[in-house]
Design a protein. Structure first.
Lengths: 372, 267
């Protein structure tokens, strides 16, 4: 150990200066005097949807394809906050760029800095360094942190971003609502139209045919013609009876007229029921069947589409996304950054490490000597 | 200050001597290890290439645990080549001193030289293997050209530095007691799944991420992949952390190496 320390002393004075003393002094000067104070404004919010998804504790450990809808939405909000759109809207409402580019800010932290140009893209890169959104995986609370060289600006930016995020969430909700309901609503309208058309056709048919329900009417007609047949049979029997008993009885022609009348009535009735007669009930019945079926189908269709609309509305309510503020943007009255003493100490210790490595390496080199 | 200049002059001279010594040790190491027959020293990089080739084939055949659209072969090549770099550098340095005690009789040969020679050899081999595979697969169309070669080079540099510091530590500690060598083999085996070769930090749940990011080689692999895949993936590297960790490890390694030298060198 002794040889080690003597070795260090011997080879190290210049080395120590360059690797430890100089950097530490420079750091002390910069962090002590030059570095501008950063103020941090923090707010917390939760993005959740109405459906409560209970993440099982194992699920909290095993991340993977099973992201719940609210986690997806939270990341959408995060992406928005760190997007060019957000920066553009911030530029309209705050004097973000002037503040970060002002002479008050030390040259190393100022926008645009030494090597960068002054344009929107570089401003965006810069912006991303001073605004951050992190999500706590267990509680799903997002933390929005804004750092600025002016406390008022930090708060203002934070508030603006939260407002924009809420607007985004609302816009997304509205869009989702429209998408889900529009389709269902048009379907319902179409079904209603179909129903009305079916009813109208049926009414028109009934009106033009002077029938109400051809099938039942046909049945009634058949019953009627059955009765007529019975009556015919009775009348014919009577006629026969009278003819065989008294062929010249004056009842015969009357009975004969009765029989003829009944026969005619039967023919008429049957003609109305069947046959190619355009007043045929059977012909009407098949057409009536068609129209009645169409109306039934239209009714069922309408019921189905109404049910779908109902379910779509439930789904919309379920999928509504809310952005709840857990903590409003904090007003920094003191600054936490930059951590000056820490930075100087870090420089010192890293300098010591570098010095150690360099010293040992140099000592190692020196062990080699040219022979002859 | 006057003494400074005088010793500066001899510092340059000493540095020249040291580089010659290390060069000679390198050649000796290569010849004793690979000989002149067969493909000779080409085994230096062919061996790691075959390793990685095998792993890449295996993974692409079994589509190991990838839910993503990343090329399996690129993933395997970037992952396994990195592991080989630091693992080989460290493993070759274990028990490196004992068999070469005779060399230390030379005035200008130090323990540090021995270790640095072996480390350099392994780094050259690993680097050549990685580049060879990259060229091969790009030529075959299995891999695309990297998105940011500079970042990859920086990551590889940090990995090589990490391997160097591990090698220095292993060489010195294994000389003290063979316990360290046994422990190292076990440790290297266990470290392989943790080293970031088989996963992207982005795939892990958050608590696991925090834990695994304590290992410097994970950052290096993340950075390498960031350089290769570009914006297609999210990476978590912190080169500053790696640099500081490497500094600390290198310092420890160097000090221990000098200490080992003092113990071993017949003065």
């Amino acid at each position: 150990m002794n040889r080690l320390s003597s070795l260090f002393r011997w080879s190290a004075s210049g080395l120590f200066l360059t690797t430890v003393a100089l950097p530490t002094v420079a750091a002390a000067v910069y962090f002590g005097l030059l570095a501008s104070t950063l103020y941090v404004s923090e707010s917390r919010f939760v993005v959740r949807s109405a459906e409560r998804v209970e993440a099982p504790t194992l699920g909290a450990l095993v991340k993977g394809g099973g992201l719940s809808a609210s986690a997806d939405n939270a990341y959408a909000v995060h992406d928005y906050i760190l997007s060019r759109d957000a920066l553009a809207s911030l530029q309209k409402t705050t004097d973000l760029k002037q503040s970060y580019a002002s002479r008050q800010v030390d040259a190393l932290n100022r926008f645009p800095g030494f090597l960068e140009d002054d344009n929107f893209e570089t401003l965006f890169d810069y912006y991303k360094k001073y605004v951050s959104v992190l999500i706590d995986p267990v509680s799903s609370v997002s933390v929005l942190t804004v750092r600025a060289f002016d406390p008022e600006l930090a708060v203002k930016i934070n508030k603006e971003l939260l407002a924009r995020a809420e607007a985004l969430v609302n816009a997304l909700n509205k869009r989702m609502q429209q998408d889900l309901l529009a389709a269902a609503r048009t379907e319902v309208a179409a079904a209603e139209g179909r129903m009305r058309a079916a009813e109208a056709d049926l009414a028109k048919f009934r009106g033009s045919r002077n029938v109400v329900d051809p099938e039942r009417q046909a049945v009634m007609q058949l019953q009627y013609s059955d009765k007529l047949r019975e009556a015919l049979l009775t009348a014919e029997t009577r006629l026969e009876q009278v003819q065989t008993a008294a062929a010249h009885s004056p009842q015969v022609p009357a009975l004969q007229r009765q029989v003829d009348k009944i026969r005619r009535a039967i023919r008429e009735a049957e003609g109305r029921t069947t046959g190619g007669d355009e007043r045929s009930l059977v012909g009407d019945a098949s057409k009536y069947q068609q129209l009645a079926l169409e109306r039934e189908l239209a009714a069922k269709h309408l019921a189905v589409t109404l049910d779908r609309l109902d379910r779509a509305q439930i789904e919309v309510a379920r999928k509504q996304v809310y952005l709840d503020r857990v903590a409003e943007p904090s007003r920094p009255d003191g600054s936490l950054e930059p951590r000056r003493l820490r930075a100087v100490l870090a420089t010192f210790f890293i300098g010591l490490l570098v010095w150690g490595v360099a010293a040992v390496l140099v000592a190692g080199i020196r062990e080699h000597r040219e022979v002859l | 200050m006057a003494s400074m200049t005088a010793s500066d002059a001899s510092l340059a001279g000493s540095a020249r001597v040291q580089s010659r010594v290390i060069g000679a040790l390198l050649m000796r190491e290569m010849l004793t290890r690979y000989g002149r027959h067969n493909i000779g020293f080409a085994w230096l990089f062919v061996e790691p290439m075959l390793f990685t080739l095998g792993i890449a084939t295996l993974w692409s055949l079994t589509r190991v645990a990838h839910g993503s659209s990343l090329s399996v072969i690129a993933f395997a090549v970037t992952g396994y080549s990195s592991v080989l770099l630091w693992r080989n550098a460290a493993s070759r340095c274990a028990k490196a001193i004992e068999p070469n005690l005779g060399l230390l009789y030379h005035r200008n040969v130090t323990v540090l030289d021995l270790l640095l020679a072996r480390i350099t050899l392994e780094i050259v081999g690993g680097t050549a293997a990685f580049m060879g595979l990259l060229v091969l697969f790009v030529f075959l169309g299995e891999m695309t050209l990297p998105a940011d070669p500079l970042r990859m080079a920086a990551a590889w540099g940090l990995l090589a530095w990490f391997g160097t510091s591990l090698g220095l530590l292993m060489g010195s500690l294994s000389e003290r007691s063979e316990v360290f060598e046994r422990v190292w083999h076990t440790l290297a085996y266990l470290l392989f799944p943790l080293s970031g070769a088989v996963f992207l930090v982005d795939w892990l749940p958050d608590p696991a991420q925090d834990f695994v990011l304590w290992l410097p080689m994970v950052h290096c692999v993340e950075m390498l992949r960031h350089g290769y895949f570009g914006d297609a993936i999210r990476t978590f590297e912190d080169p500053g952390y790696v640099a500081v960790a490497n500094l600390a490890l290198t310092f420890a390694g160097l000090v221990l190496a000098r200490e080992a030298g003092r113990r071993v060198e017949p003065q």
